[in-house]
Design a protein. Structure first.
Length: 96
């Protein structure tokens, strides 16, 4: 299960107790009020938005990490070349 789905399920679970407290009053009337439906829809929209953002974050972060690791590899290669050149110069200086 994706993190977004977990977040969505968590947010839905967090809204359930609040809905459960108001449910008997709604069941007594036989239907939900417009305000209750609007609150539920807002909660669903917020859950969907959080899920989408989480999925987008999950896609972007590995790409950024890959780019950083690639740059670090290039830097490491350059440092290795500098180190080898320094050692070669030191060895040549000792032979003189």
């Amino acid at each position: 299960m994706h993190r977004g789905a977990w977040v969505g399920a968590f947010l839905l679970a967090m809204t359930f107790p609040a809905g459960a407290q108001t449910a008997p009053a709604a069941e007594e009337r036989g239907s939900f009020s417009r305000a209750e439906i609007r609150e539920l829809m807002d909660a669903v929209k917020a859950t969907a938005k959080a899920s989408r953002e989480n999925v987008d974050y999950s896609r972007v972060v590995p790409d950024i990490l890959f780019q950083i690791l690639t740059k670090l590899d290039k830097i490491e290669d350059k440092l290795d070349k500098i180190e080898e050149a320094t050692k070669a110069n030191q060895a040549a200086a000792k032979k003189r």
